[in-house]
Design a protein around this ligand. Sequence first.
Ligand SMILES: [Zn+2]
Length: 305
Amino acid sequence: MSPKIISSWVGMTKTDAAVQTLSDINPDVVLESYTLNITTVKGFETFMESLTNKNFRSNMHGSGVDLVLSCVDNYEARMVVNQACNELNQTWMESGVSEDAVSGHIQLLIPGETACFACAPPLVVASGVDERTLKREGVCAASLPTTMGVVAGLLVQNTLKYLLKFGQVSPYLGYNALKDYFPTMEMRPNPQCSNSACMERQKEFILAKPARDAAAKAQMEAEASAGTTECPIHTDNEWNISVVDDNEMESSSGHNNSAALPEGLVHELPNADEFQKPPMQEQIDDVSNDLEDLRKQLDALNAGL
Ligand SMILES: [Zn+2]
């Protein structure tokens, strides 16, 4: 980052600095910024209002946004994003970097369909220890901007795939920077999740299964019928390209077509067919005789029993 950009951020909130930088990069994008603590009651209300605000997508069903990206740095804030998205049935992507800054992850959360953040809580929280009590006084979490840059890149890549509908959207992708290891997995919702909104979304997802199956079947049938009426991709043949059968190619380039050579030219090497075959027949006969002997001995033994 150039010193000029960084010095222009002095005295600004992170959100305002982000808006300014993004506007400079792409002035065509309309940006709305909120600077608030979403873990307070008032902050949560404002957060919910920002998600249901349909200034940009007036005809959208449900919330006013396509996808929520979470890049917060603590468990409490993640749980708040989780609560809001479960209540609004809003798909979101979570991302994070570990405290030692050498690993991270991204995760796709679709309410009712995949595990929510409360379905599979981190071990520390599952064991009942308050996360805040683990923070050591005066010790700052490690920071490695490269790890954050990689995780941010993975999150944006997954976002593009999701919004533009290409490739496979990762349900969960981890990043272990020490070993360059990228684990992936799918996480189903926990039928005993402690989040009541998650449980409601799970019920809705199960109830909607027949409709989903019917839609999938209709799509498969439509694709199958489209495949049978496929037309040639290129109707004209500007370069007179023709397809030749492989068998035809082999027979035309066979060894016995010396007549095809221009007058005065002969093959320098003998044709492969002219090589004498090694005398294998004798060996095969020997093996057959041995087998015959063995069979006779076996018959004699069986007769003796
Ligand atoms: Zn859940």
